[in-house]
Design a protein around this ligand. Structure first.
Ligand SMILES: Nc1ncnc2c1ncn2[C@@H]1O[C@H](COP(=O)(O)OP(=O)(O)OP(=O)(O)O)[C@@H](O)[C@H]1O
Ligand SMILES: [Mg+2]
Length: 273
């Protein structure tokens, strides 16, 4: 068995993760057309904590996130195998007909802030009205609450009718987090949420992640290992093995950073690529 294969087979023998498991995949595979992008990913994501997904470019981290709320359905050529469980429900078998309802429970924030080209208020009101909240006073109450939760109320509470595009990049990203939270999801997926932000805005988002984990299960993809050390309770390392993304190692952040079990993890953490 070569070095990488040996590391990959060890993913089956990871430490038990204490606490409730919110999301769990079993032998998850993903192909784009005939090209495999992910193979045999079995991961356990504990509730109300932060799991950082790390690994080199092209190792399937974003693809993996997209499997967790079936964003993969949106690109016609994808095939998914294995299973993804949210709590006790298989997201394909049990929630098969209703990916919109699934995405309400598993929200997503992308690398580049992507507010709608409308007012700040409308960015947050739209998902709510779409899901049946029509009363204006109720809308305003929820919008204020969610803006306070992401630390934006003080900054934008007096200009809710301004275009969201007039906000700074960091403010736009916090607005996008607010938009993902406005429907009270259980899980928040974040794909490199700070990669376009300056260090101060990054710090604000990291602080926010630390506050949000009391209420939400957070899965964050990051290339920034220092950030993973700062925010993560759990870590999973992905690797591109012969062109296919594989899970190499998962565990508590303390264990992975202090005592990685696999050579690839050590190599990656030491930056010896
Ligand atoms: N929509 C798509 N159609 C076809 N191939 C795709 C698609 N999205 C991703 N891929 C391929 O799947 C593989 C994994 O890509 P993915 O974006 O998941 O990697 P990543 O780990 O997020 O990389 P990065 O760190 O650069 O963001 C790559 O080979 C990529 O080209
Ligand atoms: Mg990516």
């Amino acid at each position: 068995m070569d070095r990488i294969t040996e590391a990959v087979t060890c993913t089956q023998k990871q430490e038990n993760t204490s606490g409730n498991i919110c999301l769990c995949t079993e032998s998850l595979c993903l192909s784009y057309g005939t090209r495999a992008a992910l193979e045999n990913v079995s991961i356990r994501i504990p509730s109300r904590s932060v799991t950082a997904i790390i690994g080199p470019s092209g190792s399937g981290k974003s693809s993996f996130l997209c499997c967790l709320n079936r964003m993969t359905d949106l690109s016609g050529s994808t095939t998914v195998g294995g299973s993804v469980h949210l709590g006790e429900h298989d997201i394909h078998r049990d929630l098969g007909k209703n990916p919109i309802a699934l995405r309400r429970r598993v929200g997503m924030v992308f690398q580049l802030p992507n507010p709608f080209p409308f007012s700040i208020w409308k960015n947050l009101a739209l998902p709510l009205t779409h899901h049946g909240v029509a009363n204006k006073r109720e809308l305003s109450g929820i919008i204020e609450q969610v803006l306070r939760r992401v630390g934006l109320w003080e900054e934008v509470g007096g200009r809710l009718r301004d275009s969201a595009l007039t906000l700074s990049g960091g403010q736009q990203q916090r607005l996008c987090i607010a938009r993902a939270l406005v429907l009270e999801p259980e899980v928040l997926l974040m794909d490199e949420p700070c990669s376009s932000l300056d260090p101060l805005s990054t710090k604000r988002i990291e602080t926010l992640i630390g506050q949000l984990k009391d209420r939400y299960t957070i899965v964050v993809v990051t290339h920034d290992l220092a950030q993973a050390r700062r925010v993560a309770d759990h870590v999973a390392l992905f690797w591109n093995v012969d062109g296919v993304g594989r899970l190499i190692e998962q565990g508590s952040a303390a264990r992975i950073f202090q005592h990685p079990q696999h050579e690839l993890t050590t190599t990656y953490l030491e930056g010896q690529l």
